[in-house]
Write a protein that binds this ligand. Structure first.
Ligand SMILES: Nc1nc2c(ncn2[C@@H]2O[C@H](COP(=O)(O)OP(=O)(O)OP(=O)(O)O)[C@@H](O)[C@H]2O)c(=O)[nH]1
Ligand SMILES: [Mg+2]
Length: 333
């Protein structure tokens, strides 16, 4: 399974210092202590979001600091509290203390918030220390430093395999039968609106993660359809399964459909078209034999790996799973 790592340094805000001051005003002799308290330092939080799916942003930024509390000042003015800082991380991120590798939090739900470093307390100003016996205290406190730490982030749920293809090709149906994922499936295009991840187990202890993304269509790179913005979810996969509906309900020319998708992926400009790809004829329980044959011979001519499956009857699924596992093992070594 692919694991994404990042090491970051976080620091919560320092508390502001308390102030030592005395009230000085005309006609008010011995006005008394008037030093305000320092503001509290800002906290540093982690929040998980489904909008991210890699830790790549942390390659470019590793230092995070919440705002410091302002110092207190005279006339009993308290310092403003420092601003909190929220670091967004993908759902599935685990945060470890880098010094002892202790797991601090597991952000495995959407919008989960955890405090990574607490802001320092603000110091009290001298006004707080006045007593009946000491009415002119010169005592005040410094703010406490904010917590700091070096943390390691780990993300484990990146997909190894991405399923691409036209809308309605059967992508979600496929992931629903080979993994425990339960995506929405329906007989119309654009059923899937956000990617689904599923874990496929094989052998005794092995597994891979497969991602189903919304369908791609011609002109996707101009913004048509839905799938394009989700291609980043398959950017990090090691292998693509390219589903082509060869039933009568599919595109009229399966070869044209394959080439369209490959072209759209090339235009996405992340090297997706160079990824190993298994062209997979889908819905062969209701195949149109001409379409199936033209796709098969196209793949043979182009020396592209070819499989045929029916997610409904189960035909071809074990063979396809084997082909995926084989390719993943090749990639690993
Ligand atoms: N006969 C048959 N129908 C299938 C098969 N796989 C999927 N279908 C049907 O095809 C339709 C579309 O399936 P989905 O899995 O929702 O297709 P999708 O590729 O995820 O579609 P989008 O999410 O819209 O991109 C559904 O009505 C499925 O029941 C199959 O192997 N055989
Ligand atoms: Mg779908």
């Amino acid at each position: 399974m692919f694991v994404d790592h990042a090491k970051i340094y976080v620091k919560a805000g320092d508390g502001g210092n308390g102030c030592m001051a005395f009230r000085r005003e005309k006609y008010v002799p011995r006005g008394g202590p008037s030093g305000g308290d320092g503001g509290k330092g800002g906290n540093l939080y982690f929040r998980s979001t489904n909008h991210l799916n890699t830790l790549t942003p942390f390659r470019y930024k590793q230092h995070f600091k919440a705002g410091r509390g302002q110092h207190g000042s005279g006339k009993n003015r308290h310092g403003k509290a420092g601003e909190d800082l929220v670091i967004e991380v993908p759902v599935g991120t685990q945060v470890y203390d880098e010094t002892n590798n202790e797991l601090l939090f597991d952000l495995d739900k959407e919008s989960q918030v955890e405090c990574g470093a607490k802001g320092g307390r603000g110091g009290r100003g001298n006004a707080r220390f006045a007593t009946s016996t000491n009415q002119a205290p010169r005592k005040f406190e410094y703010g406490q430093p904010g917590e700091e730490a070096t943390l390691t982030l780990e993300l484990k749920v990146l997909a190894d395999v991405g399923i691409v293809g036209y809308p309605n090709a059967g992508k979600s149906t496929l992931i629903s039968v080979i993994s425990a994922a339960k995506p929405k499936i329906a007989d119309y295009p654009f059923t899937t609106l956000t990617p689904n991840l599923g874990v496929v187990t094989y052998g005794e202890y092995s597994s891979f993660v497969i991602a189903d993304i919304p369908g791609l269509i011609e002109g996707a790179h101009h913004g048509s359809g839905l799938g394009y913005q989700f291609l980043r979810h398959v950017e990090r996969t090691r292998l693509l399964v390219h589903l082509v509906d060869v039933s009568d309900s599919g595109e009229s020319d399966p070869v044209h459909s394959v080439e369209t998708i490959i072209r759209e992926m090339a235009l996405y400009d992340a090297g997706l078209e160079k990824k190993p790809e298994i062209i997979t004829a889908s819905k062969i329980d209701v195949a149109n034999s001409d379409k199936l044959e033209s796709l098969r011979s196209y793949c043979q001519k182009k020396a592209l790996p070819f499989q045929k499956i029916s997610a409904v009857s189960g035909e071809g699924l074990p063979e396809m799973k084997n082909a995926i596992v084989k390719q993943l093992e090749v990639e690993k070594s």
